[in-house]
Design a protein around this ligand. Sequence first.
Ligand code: BGC
Length: 425
Amino acid sequence: MDFKLKDRLLLGTASSAMQIEGGDCDSSWNDWYRKGKILDSSNPARANDHWHRWQEDADLMAELGIQSYRFGIEWARLIPEEGMIDQAAIERYRQEMIYLKEKGIGLLLTIQHFANPMWFEEKGGFARRENNQYFLQLVRLAVESFGDLVSEYITINEPNVYATHSYWYGIWPPGRKSFKEAAWVMSNLAECHILAYRLIHELRRDMGQSDTKVSIAIHLRVFEAARPFNLKDRFFRFLIEKSFQGSLLEACSHGRFSWPLKGKAERGDYCDFLAVNYYSRSFVKGKAEFSPPDLPKNDLGWEIHPQGIIPCLRKASGKVSKPIYITENGTCDNEDEYRSRFIYDHLKAICESELPVERYYHWCFCDNFELLEGESARFGLVHVDFESQRRRVKKSGRFYAGIIRSHGVTKELYEDYVKGEEYPV
Ligand code: BGC
């Protein structure tokens, strides 16, 4: 054996509703497409057509032995207009959940993952605190509709990535460009999480359900001072890390708000597990973030830095000492040339550490609609021909299935899948 998985560790895959389902929902991302903002002009209405092909996808997942599935629900589909609930959509989601459970696949449900209905956006979305009630209506609907089937929840996906991309860099809907507003949105999302945390527990308790687990998936990066002894680099490294992830983690897990967040909540314990999405590292020089040219990079130019996951998790674990779920980790490797090594390096680092990691969700199962990049950035274990919607398990998908079967990486798996792979520089 090259390495064994940790005893309690389950392997899964992660997805988000808007990125796989397809369909012309009136959501912020469909609107972004209509505004011509998707780089390759592809339309989220196509994506993986998972809305209709869910059974085929569940079968394929079961075939690969996937143990747990992190998936999302589409707000604009469930509540297409303010106050209007689509019962047929609820039924369709229930069917899929029941089917997955019958196949022995555990469920982790994400309630909000980047996409909002346009009726909510038109009211000012998460930039207005008085709109939080609409998000809480969605949370209530999710638990009342699926609470008998699902015990594990992520309230919101990556508030830090959402707030920065949508409200500061202006490249995601609604395309705003203000640091102040981004910080405010992040604060508001942290408040939403805390309210949702309480509501989910309360509703499930009233339903007579136990073992409820709730958290929020935070994108954590490694931030490194480009010149380790330069005071300016160190100072900005500290500020950037704090404003992107440190303060958010504190606010969401304990209700403690500090710069740049401005919220209020009762102090408490609002994460039943630590949910981390880990992808990459940034170097900080002065105020600027960058990635030096001579390091391994994926097809989107993101540095591949598997070892970085460990200090990131250790630091976060110091704030939230709960079991760890890696709710996302993956890479854009369009030709599937180094994804197996990527999986190997991250899992090995995790399994050889002392950290209490209980889940690893690979992002993602099928190549999907990759937000701004549309269909042109492939992260999947399964190749999708978007025209024909044909699925084909990639080499990395077979490797992942092999790890699950062997509960680790055997010498043979290493030889067959990893040895010949190298990261591009
Ligand atoms: C997001 C996903 C996205 C992935 C790859 C994560 O930050 O949660 O929605 O597809 O990164 O870019």
